[in-house]
Write a protein that binds this ligand. Structure first.
Ligand code: PLP
Length: 481
């Protein structure tokens, strides 16, 4: 009994009382407020020689440290190194967000720790997530046969869709070697990983040619399918991108959908970056045909501006998703009996999981859909504005007119190697720190990309980006660099 009481005294440290909680919260709120107050002026990329290594100098010990000291470690070693993805001037890769209202949802989800894996565990949490997925299915234009899963991100969501497609099409054993998947060279690299994880590494990946806007050429797709069939192969899956990460190009979704129907292929659309643009009229116009797919991936941590850790997969025929991921376990029998709502555990590889729905439900309920639609329209118009203006700056050459919110371009120096010049330009801009852009290769050329996705990115930020690009390029060109 003495031992128990001693242990209890120490283990109760895990459960702070109201006064302690208040003190901790005040410090965390002050830290977050300071972070947000500094965000507008803070550099968007910080290269620190130490790279946060000093974290190792503070090992885990039996006794804890004060929150102030922990926050100081966080500030120095985590929050001041690398990319500042929440900044409005972060225009690299696919910018993230991190809505304040989502943070409140996450706080509550962590405090209440509702069990969102099974309907029995928390019917309300599962209904909330299913309701969000139905909302997404509506955005895509799926009928009410659809179901999905809120995942940790787009990569896992794509994997979930590919496993579902594989099982639905019976691609196993001997069939794998003859099975053909159609993609373009601009498909996200997580698709290759997903095929590998799904045991389809030895299937054939056909790279379909693209048009001048880097969109899949549907005629070339059909020719490839016909040729493969003639050769005794088994075309079974076509993957279109509703916005490639590389250039933001939207494949011709409707044309591909019709071909998939005619040739009996599973049609998957990776809309991790671009799918939610269907919420705004400008996006809707280029995303026609989303509803023709069998499965789709959307990333709320991209184009709904949520903090990282939020992807989604929606499958048109929920039975297919269920067939791949439902499982029985003796110890869960009673928990799986109720079929009023399908549970995340039956529709994904996960069992216990973060209650992800709350970080999306709360901002949607508190703010309404309108600010999301407006922000998405704004991103598309800002990308068009950037495109029109960078084109006019002496020396810059632009890629295709943006389908959504990514613009590619490069500077063509009067003399010297353009790739080397643009690499130097890139580095000079990153060390300047006012804006962050990332590069890519298109047709073998080193090009720069401006991805307008952050919800804090507005007209003033784009004007700063144009100014930084124009000044830096002129300086490097003038130096004869
Ligand atoms: C970002 C992205 C992914 C991967 O999503 P994560 O959430 O980073 O795992 C997949 N496809 C496309 C088109 C993307 O832009």
């Amino acid at each position: 009994m003495t031992k128990l009481r001693q242990l209890e005294e120490i283990s109760r440290l895990l459960d702070p009382d109201a006064a302690q909680r208040q003190a901790l919260l005040n410090q965390v709120i002050a830290y977050a407020d300071q972070y947000l107050a500094n965000l507008a002026a803070a550099p968007v990329y910080t290269a620190q020689p130490d790279n946060g290594r000093a974290l190792y100098d503070s090992p885990f010990t039996e006794e804890g440290i004060s929150l102030n000291r922990a926050l100081a470690l966080l500030q120095k070693n985590v929050d001041s190194t690398g990319l500042n993805t929440g900044s409005g001037r972060y225009l690299g890769y696919i910018p993230g967000g991190g809505l304040f209202h989502s943070a409140l949802g996450d706080y509550l989800a962590a405090i209440t720790n509702r069990y969102a894996g099974l309907f029995f565990g928390c019917p309300g949490a599962v209904r909330m997530e299913n309701m969000l997925l139905r909302w997404m299915a509506d955005i895509v234009g799926y009928p009410n046969t659809a179901a999905g899963h809120l995942s940790s991100g787009g990569s896992i969501a794509n994997l979930t869709a590919i496993v579902t497609a594989r099982d639905a099409c019976g691609i196993e054993g001997e069939k794998i070697g003859r099975a053909v998947v159609y993609v373009t060279e601009h498909v996200h690299h997580c698709i290759g990983k997903a095929l590998h994880v799904a045991g389809l590494k030895n299937s054939i990946q056909r790279i379909v040619p693209v048009d001048a806007g880097y969109r899949m050429d549907p005629q070339a797709l059909e020719q490839a399918i016909i040729a493969d069939k003639k050769a005794g192969l088994h075309p079974w899956l076509v993957i279109a991108s509703a916005g490639t990460t590389n250039t933001g190009a939207v494949d011709p979704l409707a044309d591909i959908g019709h071909l998939a129907q005619i040739h009996n292929l599973w049609y998957h659309i990776d809309g991790a970056y671009g799918g939610f643009f269907a919420l705004c009229p400008e996006g809707q116009a280029v995303l026609q045909g989303l509803h023709l797919s069998d499965s789709v991936v959307l990333d709320p941590h991209k184009t709904l501006f949520l903090p990282y850790g939020s992807g989604a997969v929606v499958v048109k025929d929920r039975r297919k998703l269920y067939a791949s991921f439902s499982a029985n376990a003796a110890y869960l029998e009673s928990a799986l009996e109720d079929v009023e709502e399908l549970s995340p555990a039956e529709l994904s590889p996960e069992l216990s999981r973060h209650f992800r729905g709350l970080r999306l439900w709360l901002p949607l309920k508190l703010l309404g859909i309108a600010p999301f639609r407006a922000a998405l329209s704004e991103k598309i118009l800002l990308a068009r504005y950037f495109y029109e203006h960078i084109k006019q700056i002496d020396g810059f050459e632009v890629g295709p007119y943006p389908d959504l919110s990514i613009v590619t371009y490069r500077y063509l120096p009067k003399k010297g190697n353009p790739d080397q010049f643009n690499q130097r330009l890139m580095q000079a801009i990153q060390s300047d720190g006012r804006i962050f852009i990332s590069p890519t290769r298109v047709n073998g050329n080193f090009v720069l990309r401006t991805a307008v996705v952050g919800y804090r990115t507005h007209l003033d930020d784009i004007n700063i980006a144009l100014e930084v690009l124009s000044q830096t390029a002129a300086r490097l060109a003038g130096n004869g660099a």
